[in-house]
Design a protein around this ligand. Structure first.
Ligand code: ADP
Ligand code: MG
Length: 322
């Protein structure tokens, strides 16, 4: 016999290792009751993953849950917020206990990693889709918005770019890669690491930040639009994931790094005077950062090579739903 909604919640979503002191009442009642520390602002974001759009129907349930939380954590990271609570809406076609157990494992794996507590949600029947809402804390006036970049600021990105996009070629275009590369690339796609501690370090250093979900070209343009400025990016300086050149031409690898999407790295800007502080702060972290360009007054995003020659913008500039 199939489990009832209440039994699903009780069996797969109630038991968790993280018990935060700021949760007055968690899962079970009509609402959760939560305490925001008096000296903090609440940062709230939401993201939906839909089967066939954001992930292949063949994706393991652990990975789907992990990524649903990770993409929300990534938004908190881009703001400089500290994770606290998650709520989760799960829509699924039918009840498969093995699938639910795997989903629950993947979810609590990442939530425990970031000291986040699941505080509520919803379950409905329908085509597989997961919506998560993350809540985090941030002291007043310390959030890193998209609007703070100004002329001469340096543009940086964390980590490396393009691997998640190459993983899509394995899934959709039957790209053949070695077993070890396959494992690494699928990890990039399905288990992006939210840059939480990096975001916390950037609070007092970056002038603007965004997480790279739709691709560097689209996401950096969002900073430029919000900040009313432009930029030049040196494509030869992009931290292209080192697996890409094994399977792609140099141009194509650069295109994936610029427009691939799903990287969940942070792109941020820093005033030139603060660059030393930035480098000192990141010398304590394992995450590499790379300078890729500079903010300019003239609107628009220009791409150049290391010699300063203009490089054409790839026509497919990133992922857009509409
Ligand atoms: P209601 O019908 O009043 O909205 P539900 O039966 O949907 O209540 O949910 C009961 C409790 O279980 C609520 O506290 C809700 O937040 C929680 N809940 C429901 N679905 C989930 C889920 N997928 N993950 C975590 N908590 C959930
Ligand atoms: Mg409900």
């Amino acid at each position: 016999m199939s489990l009832s909604e209440q039994e699903i919640i009780e069996t797969y979503f109630t038991h968790q290792a993280t018990h935060r002191k700021d949760v007055g009442l968690g899962i079970g009642d009509d609402c959760a009751l939560l305490n925001v520390p008096h000296d903090q602002r609440l940062a709230v974001c939401m993201d939906t993953l839909i089967s066939g759009v954001h992930f292949s129907p063949k994706t393991p349930a652990e990975d789907i849950a992990y990524k649903a939380a990770a993409v929300n954590l990534s938004d908190l990271a881009a703001m400089g917020a500290e994770p606290a609570w998650l709520s989760l809406s799960l829509t699924m076609p039918d009840v498969h206990e093995k699938w639910l157990q795997a989903f629950s494992n993947g979810l609590f794996h990442i939530l425990n990693e970031f000291n986040m507590q699941l505080v509520g949600g919803d379950i409905t029947r329908g085509p597989l889709a997961i919506t998560a809402q993350a809540h985090g804390f941030i002291p007043p006036n310390t959030a890193i918005t998209r609007a703070g970049a100004s002329k001469d600021d340096l543009i940086y990105v964390t980590g490396d770019l393009g691997a998640a996009r190459l993983a899509l070629d394995i899934i959709h275009h039957d790209l053949q890669v070695s077993a070890s590369d396959n494992k690494i690339l699928m990890r990039y796609l399905n288990r992006p690491v939210p840059r939480i501690s990096e975001g916390l370090h950037l609070r007092s250093i970056a002038t603007a930040a965004i997480d790279l979900s739709d691709g560097l070209l689209i996401d950096l343009t969002r900073i430029l639009n919000f900040s009313h400025c432009g930029a030049t990016v040196t494509v030869d300086d992009l931290p292209v994931n080192k697996i890409l050149p094994e399977y792609l031409s140099e141009n194509k690898a650069q295109e994936y790094a610029l427009a691939g999407g799903d990287d969940y790295e942070l792109c941020f800007t820093v005033a030139p005077d603060n660059e030393d502080t930035l480098l000192a702060a990141f010398s304590e972290l394992d995450t590499p950062i790379t300078k890729i360009g500079v903010i300019e007054k003239r609107p628009g995003l220009r791409l150049v090579d290391r010699q300063g020659n203009v490089v054409e913008t790839p026509t497919k500039s990133g992922y857009q739903h509409f």
